[in-house]
Ligand binder design. Structure first.
Ligand code: ADP
Ligand code: ZN
Ligand code: ZN
Length: 733
């Protein structure tokens, strides 16, 4: 009996052997999902190898219960990608695989694609035309009938296929996967999108240069950094290159940071390529929708796949280009389970597939920038705004030691807002803190309300009369008395978006104010509606958090006011300056993108700080170089490579002592530094105490080797009550 080796979603870095449920098993079953007995129940995994031998004694081998045929097996290239992630992030292959599959395919039930009225018709490919129908296995009578029908009628769609059999649409997709048929948009599909072809904008010289340089190299791997100032028209460069790829019938994968951005970008893409099948993969989809989209990509029907982090694992048989838009964004790094960076995985994937990857940003991460300076990535710059009359906004600092603020708003900011209102232009007030106030404070004893599950303060949400933890979601009623001394004199302290919104409403009673933060966007349909309101000028003042800093293009927005960002200037996190700078540069970049000039006002007590100076000059390069020098002197990334061993336990002492043991058993070679265990920055989260131990090296290769041997030993450590994981290239401490 043949043996299959199965990756299962368990925290063990091994494959599990089972007897195949069939007497003969073809190698093409590799990548198929399989249901197997595990412990006392059944679980679903993926076949990664087919062999005839197992180290498990024959008697003990259990038989796999069922191999799924609902969807085609995962392609080899995708299995390779999962294997790379498993090795690089030192995470069990089964867990990596299951993390990468859409939810619906992780379950033990088969998946059936519901047939929608088809926008596509299937044609025979030349392979399909020449193929000998009788070579298709006897069981696939449906496929044989489909092929016969196709030879007779040239093309059919799902509904016509269904007349052959209920399972025929699925069989068609399998035929597409094996290259016998291909899907083409129907005439109906094309006209249904009522495409009035828009004239393409004339590219700016820099855009043209970027397109000209990349175009002849689309058939080979390169990491390109498209470094374009805000509003320089990076999207247009992507569109031109995608159009080139479409002519070659190759697929493009576009990764974007957050769901809030997707609708706008999706609309732009659809308008440009109305007849092209584009799927958008994001967390707002139902599990069935997500899986259907994934399948369309796997079968090569979807030509453009737009998605957030997880979309980097979409199977794409004809992948031709990967774009990572806003590559500096932190949301590309998953912060739990498999702690992968979708940007880095995208680069590996592009290299493996021999296709280009484009990293786009106005504020590249220092890692990326460093790679570009060293020539590993090829940098193309877009130094000016694309709209001809648009220029970068004038940035001014308002010294709040002199211009006193009331409810966090200074007189110059209020005056500027007033001017904008009079001119019917939009403005944006940025404060990166949601809620009403970040702290509830007792004025007599200094007590503050804290979360009992996390090392954090509770945030005041005045409207609902609630205190909320922004880390674990815990909420409680607004207390009447101080929790320390019983005094009644407790009050909100500091400012959040809600408080600023209220203050603005007082100052400008007739202005239409919209608040954009995670609370106001809780409902899925809010943001698209709000976007429309902003675009159609039914909003005068936007108040919001970093959600507003990301990529939006609001042509009528002329003023950006940044309220209090000083706190991050002196953070202990070595990445804080880089992040603050990127964030402010991005939010400032929302001003003056159309035909009206923009202005940015920054309220600060440190107007002479180099970071604000660079911001005023729009000088990313000089600040980035300064920060790189600091990193070099201090021995921080990108000059070293880091990994964390993280441990969570009910008690901090337990986590720390586990880490101490882990350090003790490490055989530390030369060129590797292992630091002492310390509590995490968020030392308690959801009732769990957290600590970590930092490992670093100048050599990525040496670090990887060390992690490999160390991890194997860690698996043998007694770790009762401790949950541990490795975090390679950590972004948070
Ligand atoms: P970025 O992503 O670089 O910040 P966008 O791609 O959002 O910039 O482009 C900014 C604005 O410039 C958009 O409104 C876009 O339609 C416009 N634009 C882009 N390229 C051109 C061009 N060549 N000519 C005129 N307008 C352009
Ligand atoms: Zn909490
Ligand atoms: Zn008190």
């Amino acid at each position: 009996m043949p043996v299959i080796r199965v990756a299962l979603d368990v925290p063990l870095n091994i494959l599990f052997d089972y007897l195949a449920p069939e007497v003969e098993i073809a190698p093409h079953r590799i990548g198929a999902r399989v249901r197997v007995p595990f412990g006392r129940s059944l679980t679903t995994g993926v076949i990664v190898e087919v062999t005839t031998h197992s180290d498990v004694p024959q008697k003990k081998l259990k038989q796999a219960e069922h191999i799924f045929e609902d969807v085609p097996p995962l392609p080899t290239a995708l299995l390779d990608l999962f294997r790379f992630c498993s090795e690089y992030y030192h995470h069990p292959l089964g867990q990596v695989l299951m993390n990468g599959l859409p939810n619906r395919l992780r379950s033990s039930k088969p998946f059936f694609v519901r047939t929608a009225p088809s926008l596509f018709r299937y044609h025979l490919t030349s392979t399909g035309r020449e193929a000998d129908v009788s070579t298709i296995a006897g069981r696939s009578i449906i496929k044989r009938r489909l092929l016969a029908k196709l030879k007779e009628t040239e093309a059919i769609d799902n509904q016509e296929a269904e007349q052959i059999s209920k399972r025929a649409p699925a069989a068609l997709k399998e035929l597409a996967a094996s290259g016998w048929v291909e899907a083409m948009p129907t005439a109906l599909a094309t006209s249904a999108c009522n495409a009035v072809p828009q004239p393409l904008p004339t590219l700016t010289a820099a855009q043209q240069h970027a397109v000209d340089v990349i175009s002849p190299k689309v058939a080979q791997f390169n990491s390109w950094l498209l470094h374009g100032v805000t509003g320089s028209g990076k999207t247009e460069v992507y569109l031109r290159l995608i159009s080139l790829l479409l002519q070659q019938r190759r697929q493009t994968l576009v990764l974007v940071p957050e769901i809030n951005l997707t609708p706008q970008l999706e609309a732009i893409f659809r308008a440009r390529f109305p007849a092209i099948q584009l799927i958008s993969l994001h967390s707002g989809l139902s599990p069935a929708q997500r899986t259907a989209g994934w399948l369309e990509a796997q079968l090569g029907e979807a030509q453009i796949v737009l998605g957030t982090r997880l979309a980097v694992f979409t199977p794409l048989p004809r992948l031709g280009l990967i774009i990572v838009d806003e590559e500096h964004d932190l949301s590309f790094k998953q912060q739990e389970g498999l702690r992968y960076s979708a940007r880095d995985v995208a680069i590996f994937r592009a290299k493996h597939a021999g296709v280009p990857v484009i990293l786009g940003s106005a504020t590249p991460s220092l890692e990326t920038y460093y790679n570009a300076l060293g020539g590993r990535y090829l940098r193309l710059q877009l130094p000016v705004r694309a709209v001809r009359s648009a220029t970068l906004p004038v940035v001014r600092c308002i010294d709040t030691r002199q211009a006193k603020t009331q409810e966090s708003l200074s007189a110059p900011v209020l005056e500027a807002l007033q001017r904008c209102l009079e001119l019917n232009q939009q403005s944006l007030v940025f404060i990166n803190r949601r809620g009403y106030a970040p702290v509830l404070l007792c004025r007599s004893c200094g007590w503050t309300a804290v979360c009992h599950r996390c090392a954090s303060r509770l945030v005041v949400h005045l409207g609902e009369k609630k205190l909320r933890c922004h880390h674990c979601g815990h909420q409680e009623r607004f207390p009447g008395l101080c929790g320390g001394c019983g005094n009644q004199d407790i009050a909100p302290f500091g400012h959040g978006t809600q408080r600023v919104e209220a203050a603005l409403a007082q100052h400008f009673p007739r202005a239409r104010i919209a608040r954009v933060d995670r609370d106001s966007m809780r409902r899925k349909d809010t943001w698209p509606r709000m976007l429309k309101d902003i675009q159609e000028q039914r909003v005068d003042i936007l108040v919001g958090t970093q959600i507003l800093a990301k990529g939006h293009d609001f042509p009528n927005l002329s003023l950006v006011a940044i309220l209090n960002s000083d706190a991050s200037l002196f953070s202990t996190d070595f990445r804080a300056s880089e992040r603050l700078f990127a964030q402010l540069m991005q939010v400032a970049g929302r001003a003056g993108r159309g035909h009206i000039p923009g202005e940015v006002l920054i309220q600060t007590e440190f107007p002479d700080h180099p970071l604000y100076y660079a911001l005023r000059q729009h000088d990313y390069d000089s600040l980035a170089q300064t920060l790189l020098e600091e990193r070099k002197a201090a021995g921080f990334p990108p000059f070293v490579h880091q990994a964390l061993l993280r441990a969570d336990a009910p008690k901090l002492t337990v986590a720390l002592s586990f880490l101490a043991t882990a350090k003790a058993i490490a055989e530390v070679p030369k060129h590797i530094e292992v630091f002492d265990p310390v509590p995490a920055q968020m030392s308690r989260l959801k009732g769990t105490e957290r600590a970590y131990l930092l490992v670093q090296s100048r050599s990525r290769k040496k670090l990887q080797e060390f992690l490999g041997t160390w991890r194997a030993k860690l698996g043998d450590l007694p770790s009762r009550k401790v949950r541990w994981t490795l975090d390679v290239d950590p972004q948070e401490f």
